[in-house]
Design a protein. Structure first.
Length: 254
């Protein structure tokens, strides 16, 4: 069973099947919301985890203004985790959410016991054309990310194409300015200093066909985090949770 949870002006969903399992906090990327974790969240809940999937400010069903810097995203996430009645646990982030989780772990180490970073690198520069589209032409920006974010593959039953379309629709439905704010935050952040301060067990989950955050850059980030482990998923692009849902779930549940 899942329950809606309103904490201040932020929205989240919480699995309530048990009250004593380990905690997993799932953080989405720019312009997205908690629904991108639906498969992994349900899977972890079935395994006994207490799962909190958040909508960052301005995203999904959360009020407020979307942050334009990664530290501001992390500050909001820290405030949310301080307000909910859950013990510290595993914080999982994708893309912008991964940078926010990295920054959170560096500056708020008491808020988590483990870290999982999906589709990430220390620096995630955004192409100027995409930044401009996110500001001025949201449908075009959504289509660009959907195209670049998925590995170039075709399936006989159209499943791969439907995943690309689902990503496009989700981003296009975001509130005006939210995607642009998230991409600006990614473009302006360097996680190298934060990486050197991480003191919790850390796993990076990377796609070897990721065009938005290449695996090579993710591996470089892993080398900066003491004891970090890497799971490299063959044939996956940036949208790993949709492209390889079972593989991501298996890694997170390890």
């Amino acid at each position: 069973m899942w329950i809606d949870l309103a904490v201040g002006r932020q929205f989240a969903v919480l699995s309530s099947d048990r009250s004593d399992g380990p905690v997993a906090v799932l953080v989405h990327g720019a312009g997205s919301d908690h629904r991108v974790w639906e498969y992994q969240g349900a899977g972890l809940a079935r395994l006994g985890w207490r799962v909190l999937a958040v909508d960052l400010p301005g995203h999904g069903r959360s009020d407020g203004r979307a942050a334009e810097t990664i530290p501001a995203v992390a500050d909001g996430l820290a405030a949310l985790l301080a307000a909910v009645e859950l013990p510290p646990g595993l914080v999982v982030g994708h893309s912008m959410g991964a940078l926010a989780a990295l920054d959170l772990a560096a500056r708020y180490p008491d808020r988590l016991t483990g870290l999982a970073l999906v589709g990430v690198a220390a620096r995630m520069p955004v192409h100027p054309a995409l930044l401009a589209a996110a500001r001025d032409d949201l449908p075009r920006a959504a289509a660009m990310i959907a195209g670049w974010g998925h590995a170039a593959e075709a399936s006989g039953d159209g499943a791969a194409e439907r995943k690309v379309e689902a990503t496009r629709q989700l981003l296009e439905q975001s509130a005006p300015g939210v995607l642009a704010a998230g991409l600006t935050a990614c473009d302006g952040y360097d996680g190298g200093a934060a990486a050197a301060r991480i003191a919790v067990p850390t796993r990076l989950i990377l796609g070897d066909a990721d065009k938005m955050s290449p695996a090579k850059a993710g591996l470089a980030l892993a080398s900066q985090i003491s004891g970090a482990r890497v799971s490299l998923i063959h044939g996956a692009g940036h949208m790993l949770m949709a492209e390889r849902p079972d593989a991501v779930l298996e890694i997170l549940s390890d």
